[in-house]
Design a protein. Sequence first.
Length: 231
Amino acid sequence: MSNLKGKKALVFGGTSGIGLETAKLLRDAGSSVVTVSRREASIDGMSHEVADVLDRTALESLFEKHAGFDYLVNAATGGARAIGPFLEMDLDGFEGSFAKLWGYANTVRLGTPRMSKNGAIVLISGYPARKWRPGVLAIGTVGNAVEGFIKMAANEIAPVRINGVSPGLIDTPMFSHLGDNRENYYKETTANNLIPRAGKPEEVASAVVFLLENEFVTGTIVDVDGGAIVT
């Protein structure tokens, strides 16, 4: 296992939800953490950079500035996600959902050459990649592509390691638009799970950190979904 103390980590999407909790865990373990998002932010004990994962020029400058870093975590969605029946879906929205994949590809392609040789990357997928339910065809298709990307990239970027975490329904600001219906949505959506509740961002973040520090794991996906994938 790698000692997290003294390591340098870049966490994309590190100012909210899973990304923020991952950044906090790394900071508390003694890593030097740089959060990255499209907006200015300030989090105790961390540096922050403004960059869009779809802006390759900005990413080139960012990675060059922090060359030699050890960990890359990408929890950024890259943009809006299309939800709903596919035959009623706006195809521009479906296409836009793939911004997540393009953002992941950009950070891995441009970041890997500037990492330490024993570096590690973790990307965030999602259980719809392998667990179908109505209305998430776009999200599931993108997640499936992300997981395939991880497995194939592992062969090409070694000795840098790359893994993924596939969360189930997680209580994050992503669902704040539901307002007072938020808890009912969580209850209904997770009712058939082995652990029938929404997950916590920190529960996903702990899996991300495990994949960063375990030097014998690469090209794999860890499910953190309350048993949703097996029901």
